[in-house]
Design a protein around this ligand. Structure first.
Ligand code: SF4
Length: 105
């Protein structure tokens, strides 16, 4: 399923950067003000490779007006998110999100 840029997953999940993404410095990360962790395994262990969130603590820093502001260059985890998965449990989650959105509108 193609990403419709609904923005729901950008509020539900914390995004893990892979090693290349983390080391590239292209993305804002949750603990970056405390310095860069050279060893990626260590970064994973302490969560330094997680994408930064807004002050509300539940929204991705790159979500602007309900859309991903870096859509063309979004992390791998976002590209491979379950919207594109054919796994049964992913389809169940998609259905739950659809119902959640319907109830909010
Ligand atoms: S980088 Fe973009 S697609 Fe990924 S969680 Fe943030 S706003 Fe959503």
């Amino acid at each position: 399923m193609k990403c419709s840029q609904c923005g729901v997953c950008c509020k539900l999940f914390v995004i893990n950067l892979n090693e290349e993404e983390y080391k590239s410095g292209r993305f804002k990360t949750v603990f970056e003000k405390f310095g860069f962790v050279d060893n990626f395994a260590e970064a994973e262990l302490i969560g330094a490779h997680l994408l930064a969130q807004k002050e509300d603590g539940e929204t991705c820093i790159y979500l602007q007006d309900g859309k991903c502001s870096i859509h063309q260059d979004r992390p791998q985890a976002c590209r491979e998110f379950f919207c594109e998965s054919k796994e049964e449990w992913c389809q169940d989650m998609i259905e739950r999100i659809r119902k959640y959105k319907e109830n909010k509108s």
